[in-house]
Design a protein around this ligand. Structure first.
Ligand code: NIG
Ligand code: FE
Length: 417
C-alpha cells in the first residue's frame, strides 16, 4: 500500500541523516519543511521533500496510489514516543486525589496504605482479561492523542505471580496493537506490606525469583527500580540493576523524584537507557550525565499532579545535555497519557520552547525507549507513525492551544486509522 500526503503546510521533525538524539542548545532547532509531501510505502516512510521537488509519481511505473491525502493547511508530525508509563493498572485512585487536595503528601498517602500499594491490592484482585481490556482502552485513547510508541512498566504486582500477570498483559498488548510497545520490569516499585521491615528480603526475591522468571518468558525489554527516599536505596538499586543486566535487561530507572537519591549516578554507572523524574538534580547529577549514553527524562504530568518542584530542565540543556519528556501515565501520580498536554506543561512550567518540547517528545523520547532508529522523526526508512493536524497557524500552536484536540488523522505503520 502506498500513501502520498501532499500540500503539507509544514512537515515537522525531519531527519535527512540519522540522529540518535538532539541535545543542549540544538534542542531549540526543529528541522521542518514547509509546503511538503510525504510518501509512505507499506509500513515505512520512503520519501519526502518540498512540493516543488515532488516527483511525478503518476508517471512512475507501478505507482498506483491506493490513497492520496491533500493536507492543505495542515501539518504532519512524527507520532509522540511516550517512554515512561504504567498504563496497565486496575482501577483509578481519585480518593487519593481528594486526599492530596486536602494537603496530604505523596509519602503520607503511601504510608497510609494508599499509593502504589493500593494499586497492588487491586492488581492482585483483577484478572488478566480485565487488565488487558482496560489497558487496551487506554492504548486506544493515546493513539487518538497522537502517541505512536509507548513504554509500559510492571510494578503494581509486587508478587511473582502478579508481576508476571502484568507483564503477560503487556506482551499481549504488544501483539495486538499497531503501537510500538516496550516493556519494563519494575518489581522494585514499592515494598509490599508484608515485607515492611524486611526490605532486603523483598529485594532478594526480586533478584532471585522474579528476574529469572521474567527473563525465562522473555517478558521485559528493560529493568526499572524506584531509587528514591523511602523506596529503594542506591545499594539495592545497584544489586537489582546488575541482576537484570545479566539477563539482558537494560536499566531505565525512577530517580531523584523525592530527593537527591543517588539514583542518577547509579543509573549512569550501569549505562541506563534513561533516568526518569529528576526533580532533584544538581551539579553532581549533571556531571554524571555528561558524556553518558543515558537520557535524562522529565515527567511534567507527575510534577503537575503532585504539585512538586520542577526539574531544572534549562540547567541540564545549558550543560549540553539532551532532555526527553514522557507522560508517566499511571493511576496515582499522572492519570493522563496526553503527550500534547505534557508539551504544554513543559513549556509553561519548565520554560521549554515549543521546539524543545517537540524534540523532547519525539526523537529524544524515542531514544529513551530504545526505538530511535525506527521512530521519533520523519526519516527515510523509519516506521510511518505520524499524525496530520487540523488546520493550525504554526508549530507553536500545538502546545499553546493546550486544551484543544488538534490531531485530525492518525497513521500508524503506514495505515490510516
Ligand atoms: O512514576 N514514582 C514512582 N512511581 C510512579 C507512581 C505510581 C503510583 O503512584 O501509582 C511514578 O510517578
Ligand atoms: Fe513512573
Amino acid at each position: 500500500m502506498k500513501l502520498l500526503i501532499s500540500n503539507i503546510k509544514t512537515l515537522v521533525q525531519v531527519d535527512e541523516a540519522p540522529r540518535k538524539w538532539v541535545a543542549g542548545t540544538d534542542m531549540a532547532n526543529l528541522n521542518c519543511i514547509d509546503d511538503a509531501y510525504l510518501l509512505i510505502e507499506g509500513e515505512k516512510i520512503t520519501d519526502f521533500g518540498k512540493m516543488e521537488d515532488m516527483p511525478d509519481f503518476d508517471e512512475k511505473e507501478g505507482f498506483d496510489f491506493v490513497e492520496e491525502y491533500d493536507a492543505t493547511g495542515r501539518m504532519v508530525f512524527p507520532s509522540f514516543c511516550d517512554s515512561h508509563t504504567h498504563l496497565v493498572y486496575a482501577g483509578s485512585r481519585e480518593i487519593e486525589y481528594t486526599d492530596k487536595i486536602k494537603g496530604l503528601s505523596y509519602e503520607e498517602i503511601a504510608k497510609r496504605g494508599g499509593g502504589i500499594l493500593n494499586s497492588a491490592k487491586r492488581m492482585h484482585e483483577a484478572t488478566e482479561e480485565e487488565l488487558y481490556e482496560s489497558a487496551m482502552e487506554r492504548i486506544q485513547e493515546i493513539i487518538g492523542l497522537g502517541t505512536g510508541a509507548v513504554e509500559i512498566k510492571s510494578g503494581y504486582g509486587l508478587t511473582v505471580a502478579d508481576e508476571l500477570k502484568m507483564l503477560r498483559v503487556i506482551k499481549r498488548l504488544k501483539k495486538n496493537t499497531p503501537l510500538t510497545i516496550k516493556s519494563t520490569f519494575l518489581g522494585a516499585h514499592a515494598v509490599p506490606a508484608e515485607y515492611i521491615g524486611r526490605q532486603g528480603e523483598y529485594v532478594d526475591m526480586v533478584i532471585n525469583e522474579m528476574i529469572p522468571m521474567v527473563a525465562a518468558e522473555d517478558l521485559a525489554d528493560y529493568i526499572d527500580v524506584f531509587c528514591d527516599k523511602g523506596f529503594f536505596t542506591v545499594e539495592e538499586t545497584d544489586r537489582i540493576l546488575l541482576a537484570g543486566m545479566k539477563y539482558g535487561m537494560r536499566a531505565k530507572i525512577h530517580a531523584n523524584e523525592l530527593d537527591y537519591s543517588g539514583g542518577v549516578q547509579v543509573g549512569v554507572k550501569y549505562n541506563a537507557l534513561s533516568v526518569d523524574h529528576l526533580e532533584f538534580v544538581g551539579d553532581a547529577e549533571i556531571e554524571a550525565l555528561k558524556g553518558s549514553e543515558t537520557m535524562p527524562t522529565v515527567l511534567p504530568g507527575a510534577a503537575f499532579f503532585l504539585n512538586m518542584v520542577c526539574s531544572p530542565v534549562r540547567k541540564m540543556m545549558d550543560a549540553g545535555l539532551p532532555v526527553a519528556l514522557a507522560s508517566d501515565f499511571n493511576p496515582g501520580s499522572s492519570p493522563s497519557g496526553n503527550m500534547k498536554f505534557i508539551m504544554s506543561l513543559a513549556c509553561i512550567n519548565y520554560k521549554m520552547l515549543p521546539q524543545e518540547a517537540i524534540n523532547a517528545t519525539t526523537l529524544n523520547s524515542a531514544y529513551a525507549m530504545g526505538v530511535e532508529e525506527e521512530l521519533g522523526s520523519i526519516a527515510k526508512g523509519k516506521i510511518a507513525n505520524v499524525y496530520i493536524t487540523k488546520e493550525i497557524p504554526s508549530v507553536e500552536y500545538m502546545p499553546y492551544a493546550y486544551g484543544s484536540n488538534l490531531i485530525d488523522v492518525v497513521i500508524l505503520r503506514g495505515k490510516v486509522l
